[in-house]
Design a protein around this ligand. Structure first.
Ligand code: NI
Length: 139
């Protein structure tokens, strides 16, 4: 394990109360763990801002009965096969499908792919989750 550094922080009482509430709500064992987690989150955000190589998952919900929609989404994924690591399809009910794409590449290309899927007519919901290949986050 890397060498540890001890630091003390000051903040307004109101903010501290909010912090304690968040720790309890999300099951953090201590403040250090929470702050480490916040820093990692910020580092990953910075990777996306700097358009680095990242991992992102795109979740889309759509009705496969809608004309040409499933075919359109599949064709589009074939166009982006260099970016896509895996796709999982789940049948939610008689009509609705959930599909999750795991992509690896430049942040802007994954963002563009999510935006393009979002704009396909008939797609009910699209959500991009931004993550990392671990580049800038200390292990
Ligand atoms: Ni389906």
């Amino acid at each position: 394990m890397a060498e540890l550094v001890r630091l003390s922080i000051t903040m307004e009482q109101d903010l501290h109360e909010q912090l304690e509430e968040i720790l309890q709500l999300h099951g953090y064992e201590n403040r250090s763990e929470f702050i480490r987690d916040m820093i990692r989150t910020r580092l990953v955000e910075r990777e996306w801002e700097r358009d680095e190589e990242v991992v992102g998952t795109i979740t889309m919900i759509y009705d496969h009965c809608k004309r040409d929609l499933a075919q359109k989404l599949t064709s589009y994924q074939h166009e982006e096969h260099d970016l896509i690591l895996a796709t999982t399809h789940v049948h939610l009910d008689h009509d609705m499908c959930a599909e999750v794409i795991i992509a690896r590449g430049r942040a802007s290309t994954i963002q563009r792919m999510a935006d393009r899927i979002r704009q396909v007519r008939g797609v009910l919901h699209t959500q991009l989750s931004m993550s990392t290949i671990g580049g800038s986050v200390p292990r």
